[in-house]
Design a protein around this ligand. Sequence first.
Ligand SMILES: [Zn+2]
Ligand SMILES: [Zn+2]
Ligand SMILES: [Zn+2]
Length: 156
Amino acid sequence: MKFKRGDELKQKLERFREQFKEHKMTPQRRVVLQALLENSESHLSAEEVYALAKEIDSEIGLATIYRTLDLLEELNIVHKLHFGDGRSRYELCHVSSEHHHHHLVCLNCNQILEVKEDLLHQLETVIEKEHGFHIIDHRVQFYGYCAQCDKTKSNT
Ligand SMILES: [Zn+2]
Ligand SMILES: [Zn+2]
Ligand SMILES: [Zn+2]
Protein backbone atom coordinates (compact mmCIF):
# COMPACT_ATOMS: atom_id res chain seq x y z
CA MET A 1 0.00 0.00 0.00
CA LYS A 2 1.30 3.40 -0.97
CA PHE A 3 0.93 6.42 1.27
CA LYS A 4 0.36 9.84 -0.03
CA ARG A 5 3.09 12.28 0.94
CA GLY A 6 0.83 13.99 3.44
CA ASP A 7 -0.12 10.74 5.16
CA GLU A 8 3.46 9.64 5.47
CA LEU A 9 4.43 12.96 7.00
CA LYS A 10 1.52 12.76 9.39
CA GLN A 11 2.65 9.33 10.53
CA LYS A 12 6.18 10.51 11.06
CA LEU A 13 5.01 13.52 13.05
CA GLU A 14 2.82 11.23 15.13
CA ARG A 15 5.93 9.35 16.18
CA PHE A 16 7.21 12.47 17.98
CA ARG A 17 4.04 13.01 19.98
CA GLU A 18 5.18 10.68 22.73
CA GLN A 19 8.58 12.35 22.95
CA PHE A 20 6.90 15.71 23.35
CA LYS A 21 5.69 14.60 26.78
CA GLU A 22 3.85 17.46 28.47
CA HIS A 23 4.77 19.91 25.70
CA LYS A 24 2.14 20.75 23.14
CA MET A 25 2.60 19.91 19.47
CA THR A 26 1.84 23.47 18.35
CA PRO A 27 1.48 24.31 14.64
CA GLN A 28 4.88 26.07 14.74
CA ARG A 29 6.62 23.08 16.28
CA ARG A 30 4.99 20.89 13.69
CA VAL A 31 6.34 23.13 10.92
CA VAL A 32 9.89 22.93 12.30
CA LEU A 33 9.67 19.14 12.54
CA GLN A 34 8.31 18.95 9.03
CA ALA A 35 11.23 21.01 7.70
CA LEU A 36 13.68 18.70 9.50
CA LEU A 37 11.91 15.54 8.35
CA GLU A 38 11.85 16.62 4.72
CA ASN A 39 15.58 17.33 4.85
CA SER A 40 16.69 14.54 7.12
CA GLU A 41 19.88 13.98 5.11
CA SER A 42 21.13 17.51 5.63
CA HIS A 43 22.68 19.19 8.63
CA LEU A 44 20.75 22.40 8.83
CA SER A 45 21.64 25.60 10.61
CA ALA A 46 18.86 27.46 12.44
CA GLU A 47 18.77 29.99 9.57
CA GLU A 48 18.31 27.20 7.04
CA VAL A 49 15.53 25.65 9.13
CA TYR A 50 13.97 29.12 9.24
CA ALA A 51 14.08 29.48 5.43
CA LEU A 52 12.47 26.05 4.97
CA ALA A 53 9.87 26.62 7.68
CA LYS A 54 8.92 29.94 6.08
CA GLU A 55 8.02 28.09 2.89
CA ILE A 56 5.54 26.02 4.88
CA ASP A 57 4.28 28.83 7.10
CA SER A 58 5.25 32.35 6.05
CA GLU A 59 4.21 33.74 9.46
CA ILE A 60 6.84 31.90 11.44
CA GLY A 61 9.61 33.96 13.08
CA LEU A 62 13.29 33.26 13.62
CA ALA A 63 12.93 33.51 17.41
CA THR A 64 10.33 30.73 17.29
CA ILE A 65 12.74 28.60 15.29
CA TYR A 66 15.48 29.05 17.91
CA ARG A 67 13.12 28.32 20.78
CA THR A 68 11.70 25.26 19.04
CA LEU A 69 15.14 23.87 18.19
CA ASP A 70 16.20 24.32 21.82
CA LEU A 71 13.12 22.44 22.98
CA LEU A 72 13.65 19.65 20.43
CA GLU A 73 17.22 19.31 21.60
CA GLU A 74 16.09 19.12 25.22
CA LEU A 75 13.59 16.41 24.28
CA ASN A 76 16.31 14.46 22.45
CA ILE A 77 14.53 14.78 19.15
CA VAL A 78 17.36 16.67 17.48
CA HIS A 79 21.11 16.70 17.96
CA LYS A 80 22.93 19.98 17.95
CA LEU A 81 26.20 19.67 16.05
CA HIS A 82 29.24 21.91 15.86
CA PHE A 83 31.57 21.63 12.91
CA GLY A 84 33.94 24.42 13.80
CA ASP A 85 32.49 27.09 11.51
CA GLY A 86 30.82 28.92 14.38
CA ARG A 87 27.34 27.75 13.36
CA SER A 88 25.25 25.21 15.19
CA ARG A 89 23.65 22.64 12.96
CA TYR A 90 20.78 20.31 13.68
CA GLU A 91 19.81 16.81 12.65
CA LEU A 92 17.05 14.52 13.80
CA CYS A 93 18.16 11.86 16.28
CA HIS A 94 17.94 8.35 15.02
CA VAL A 95 16.25 5.51 16.81
CA SER A 96 18.12 5.16 20.08
CA SER A 97 19.36 1.63 19.39
CA GLU A 98 21.07 2.86 16.26
CA HIS A 99 24.69 3.95 16.51
CA HIS A 100 25.16 7.66 15.92
CA HIS A 101 27.01 8.07 12.65
CA HIS A 102 30.29 9.91 12.28
CA HIS A 103 30.76 13.06 10.24
CA LEU A 104 33.27 14.03 7.58
CA VAL A 105 33.61 17.80 7.23
CA CYS A 106 35.10 19.15 4.00
CA LEU A 107 37.18 22.25 4.73
CA ASN A 108 36.83 23.46 1.16
CA CYS A 109 33.16 23.13 0.20
CA ASN A 110 31.82 22.76 3.78
CA GLN A 111 29.92 19.67 2.75
CA ILE A 112 29.14 17.28 5.58
CA LEU A 113 29.26 13.58 4.77
CA GLU A 114 28.20 10.73 7.00
CA VAL A 115 30.01 7.53 7.87
CA LYS A 116 27.53 4.88 8.94
CA GLU A 117 29.95 2.17 10.00
CA ASP A 118 31.36 2.32 13.47
CA LEU A 119 35.02 1.42 13.45
CA LEU A 120 35.80 2.55 16.96
CA HIS A 121 34.94 -0.38 19.19
CA GLN A 122 38.57 -1.37 19.47
CA LEU A 123 39.63 2.13 20.42
CA GLU A 124 36.93 2.20 23.09
CA THR A 125 38.18 -1.07 24.54
CA VAL A 126 41.74 0.29 24.76
CA ILE A 127 40.57 3.50 26.44
CA GLU A 128 38.33 1.66 28.90
CA LYS A 129 41.21 -0.60 29.87
CA GLU A 130 43.82 2.12 30.23
CA HIS A 131 41.72 4.74 31.94
CA GLY A 132 39.17 2.63 33.74
CA PHE A 133 36.59 4.79 32.04
CA HIS A 134 33.26 3.24 31.11
CA ILE A 135 32.38 4.59 27.66
CA ILE A 136 28.74 4.65 26.60
CA ASP A 137 28.95 6.78 23.49
CA HIS A 138 31.22 8.89 21.31
CA ARG A 139 30.93 11.60 18.70
CA VAL A 140 33.48 11.78 15.95
CA GLN A 141 34.16 14.37 13.28
CA PHE A 142 36.87 14.12 10.68
CA TYR A 143 38.13 17.27 8.95
CA GLY A 144 39.68 17.24 5.51
CA TYR A 145 38.79 17.38 1.82
CA CYS A 146 36.01 15.46 0.12
CA ALA A 147 36.89 13.32 -2.93
CA GLN A 148 35.74 16.03 -5.32
CA CYS A 149 37.67 18.88 -3.69
CA ASP A 150 40.73 16.72 -3.26
CA LYS A 151 40.72 15.96 -6.98
CA THR A 152 40.40 19.60 -7.98
CA LYS A 153 43.13 20.55 -5.58
CA SER A 154 45.67 18.08 -6.90
CA ASN A 155 44.87 19.09 -10.48
CA THR A 156 45.91 22.68 -9.94
ZN1 LIG B 1 34.58 19.35 -0.58
ZN1 LIG C 1 24.70 13.54 10.44
ZN1 LIG D 1 31.06 5.43 16.32
